[in-house]
Design a protein around this ligand. Structure first.
Ligand SMILES: Nc1nc2c(ncn2[C@@H]2O[C@H](COP(=O)(O)OP(=O)(O)OP(=O)(O)O)[C@@H](O)[C@H]2O)c(=O)[nH]1
Length: 392
């Protein structure tokens, strides 16, 4: 699947950079265009792979290239004011060659959190291609303002995009690790999972005979449920027996053939379970997911239709969804078989309920603060009137 990736804010830009590196390393070809938008000049300068002409510094008149300091209302205002500057770079994207836009942002800060829903709304108004978001939730030890920003941004972002893919830093942070090295690992995890998922829709036949390759339209259809999505992953190293796999096809011994096939099938079904029941990018109950897509990547000799079909059936039972798609992503030089599962339209997500609660409480507090200040104001006016009365 070909994407125009737009990283908004520091986390967004860094992750787009990582996707470009992944593309170079694996040849997966998912990033058709890469753009980075920020209010902080230093963050844009720190990027390594996003082309310089695709780095957009917004809000110069307001914050002079220094960022918005986690003020996401200011981030949103600046995005509104400077949307034309972002658009002028997007104008250079060959939109007819992409399958979708993907806006990537950390939702806890100010720039990406405030700006990405504004950009999503703008893109949806102009283009017919789907606009997806990849939202990163802050870890809970980052502090109240980050949680509050995420709670507010999440609500708007999910409304503006066609589907919001979510990664929760909180579920992935390791204690005792520095933030920077923690992010390195987390970003690798993000790029690996989403890279396999989107890369699956980019296989172009060739010599690798896949049994049922995932098509980019299957990814689009899975995401068409809307709402929030999460991604599971599990992998197992396989010995480099692609040659023996090929040889075994010519063996007269039918029993060993069927043993190989049974092992392959069992490995696939067990990887599907591990991916769905292991740590998801956004932990949640998989029961009730509206749609799902199962991708099995690895050497073609280690993939088979029976395993995928069984995995797909199992996912149908677990999610209760009748729209579970599945297919191969053959990668002949890989020594791993990996299972990636996209669960789209998930509902039972504790972290989101928690964020919604934070947003409601903040709203109530705001109402209280407003009510209090209105009372104070009335009191002041009354006091003034009392003082003024004797004069009349
Ligand atoms: N996964 C991941 N999350 C990150 C990374 N950097 C920051 N974050 C998260 O993203 C949130 C937002 O941070 P930034 O992207 O730095 O913020 P910004 O959008 O540039 O906004 P301001 O700095 O306030 O102008 C943080 O609270 C972290 O939770 C990263 O490299 N990887």
């Amino acid at each position: 699947m070909k994407l125009a990736m737009i990283g908004f804010g520091q986390a967004g830009g860094k992750i787009v950079d990582k996707f470009l590196e992944y593309d170079d390393r694996t040849g997966s070809g998912i990033v058709r265009s890469a753009v980075a938008v920020n209010t902080a000049k230093a963050d844009l300068l720190g990027l390594e792979r996003v082309p310089e002409e695709n780095r957009v510094l917004i809000g110069q008149t307001r914050v002079k290239g220094h960022g918005v300091g986690a003020d996401n209302e200011l981030g949103a205002e600046i995005a509104e004011e400077d949307i034309d500057e972002v658009q002028s770079v997007i104008d250079n994207i060959p939109v007819h060659e992409i399958d979708a836009f993907l806006i990537i942002a950390g939702l806890g800060g100010g720039t990406g959190s405030g700006g990405s829903p504004v950009l999503a709304k703008h893109l949806k108004r102009i283009y017919t291609e789907p606009v997806y978001g990849l939202g990163i939730l802050p870890s809970s030890d980052e502090g109240g303002i980050y949680t509050l920003n995420a709670a507010r941004s999440f609500q708007t972002f999910v409304r503006e995009v066609d589907n919001l893919l979510v990664f929760d830093n909180d579920a992935w942070r390791k204690t005792g690790e520095s933030m920077e090295s923690g992010y390195e690992e987390i970003n690798d995890e993000i790029v690996k999972r989403f890279g396999i998922l989107f890369g699956a829709g980019e296989v172009t036949g060739g010599s690798e005979v896949a049994e049922s390759v995932v098509d980019s339209s299957e990814i689009v259809n899975t995401l068409a449920s809307g709402g929030v999505s999460t991604v599971g992953y599990a992998a197992e190293q396989v010995t480099d027996d692609s040659s023996s796999g090929l040889l075994s096809r010519f063996k007269s011994d039918g029993a060993s053939d069927s043993m190989d096939a049974a092992n392959t099938t069992n490995r696939i079904t067990s990887l599907v379970r591990k991916a769905a029941l292991g740590r998801l990018t956004l932990p949640c109950e998989i029961d009730g997911a509206e749609r799902a897509l199962l991708v099995l990547s690895g050497p073609p000799t280690q993939l088979n239709r029976k395993g995928i079909e069984r995995g797909r059936k199992w996912l149908e039972e677990q999610t209760g969804s009748m729209e579970v798609r599945g297919g191969d992503y053959p990668v002949s030089d890989s020594s791993y078989v990996a299972s990636v599962i996209l669960l789209s339209g998930v509902h039972n997500v504790p972290r989101i309920k928690e964020l919604q609660q934070v947003a409601i409480e903040a709203q109530e507090n705001i109402d209280e603060i407003r009510a209090e200040s209105e009372e104070n104001l009335e009191q002041l006016v009354e006091d003034d009137e009392d003082e003024l009365d004797p004069l009349f």
